[in-house]
Design a protein around this ligand. Structure first.
Ligand code: ADP
Ligand code: MG
Length: 277
């Protein structure tokens, strides 16, 4: 697989990520006093999220990092509008999130492509839902596939694509509606290490070109350090924020750089994996 475009040179000059909450342009996403409990079939309540409050600014690449079960998916689903908080509110661009919207693109771990549609058909699908006319949505979908380097396989069905290709189609589909925010839930977790590294670089390239705000869930520390302009560390039972770190390492980030490793160690300690990974 070839990665369509390299990380832009301009990104290698050592920028600092926006401050938490994004001073420039104000908060895009505001999570205000959010708690959530799930009720089991037997009626037992278990607290999935504690009292979470945080804001995310325009253009931030926020990684939600934490061990399995700490509530990352629960929080992301609330921003996406798939789940309403038991307590508190989520606002995007000032409006309370009450349900899903094409202004919030979502990418899941399992690709979630429609098996009966081609790559192009999958990307066009969201545009059709958004009411876009045939010619415009075709042009937009072709453009979207081009951005992820998949124009050559646009007429293939999901079963004819590798895992990495499927996830690139899913990214193109999520971005085709030009969303205010891209929400990704462990999107690369099922991919082999080499493909994962390539897709990380490619997503970062797209994010930097488009200036998209990204909330990216991962339990992989190196992935968070490579991608994030900010890393929010969560701990479980119930899920809460234990660290909120602005990452000002220059890009492209080298996984062997001492600063990379120092942050890795700090995060490993924060999530209690010190000496394990
Ligand atoms: P993560 O994505 O960090 O692994 P989740 O948000 O999926 O965490 O889950 C947080 C907690 O809530 C876990 O203890 C999980 O078992 C529980 N949980 C998640 N979804 C449900 C559900 N639909 N019903 C009951 N419990 C759930
Ligand atoms: Mg999860």
């Amino acid at each position: 697989m070839t990665v369509h475009s390299a990380i832009p040179r301009s990104a290698s000059s050592g920028q600092t990520g926006p401050a938490p909450g994004g001073v420039a342009g104000g908060a895009l996403i505001a999570i205000e006093g959010v708690s959530h409990s799930y009720r089991s079939a037997r009626g037992q309540e278990s607290a999935a999220l504690g009292d979470i409050s945080l804001t995310i600014g325009h253009g931030e690449f926020v990684c939600l990092l934490g061990p399995s079960g700490c509530g990352k998916t629960t929080l992301l689903n609330m921003i996406a509008g798939f789940l309403r908080p038991g307590r508190g509110h989520v606002r995007v661009a000032g409006a309370q999130v009450l349900g899903p919207s094409p202004t919030r693109g979502v990418v899941f771990q399992d690709y979630s492509l429609f098996s009966w549609l081609t790559a192009l058909g999958n990307v066009e699908f969201g545009l059709r839902m958004a009411g876009m006319g045939r010619a415009t949505r075709h042009a937009r979908a072709v453009e979207g596939l081009h951005a992820v380097g998949l124009e050559a396989v646009r007429d293939r069905y999901p079963f004819e694509l590798s895992g990495g290709m499927k996830q690139r189609v899913a990214i193109a589909r999520a971005l085709a509606t030009d969303p205010q925010v891209l929400l990704a839930d462990e999107p690369f977790a099922a991919l082999d290490a080499m493909t994962r590294t390539q897709l990380q670089a490619q997503l970062l390239d797209i994010q930097q070109r488009l200036g998209t705000t990204v909330v990216f869930v991962t339990h992989n520390i190196a992935e968070a350090v490579f991608l994030g302009s900010r890393i929010i560390v969560m701990s479980p039972h119930p899920g809460r924020v234990v660290e909120d770190i602005v990452v000002d390492l220059p890009r492209p980030r080298r996984r062997t750089a001492p600063e990379f490793n120092a942050l890795y160690e700090r995060l490993a300690r924060a999530i209690g994996l010190d000496g394990v990974e």
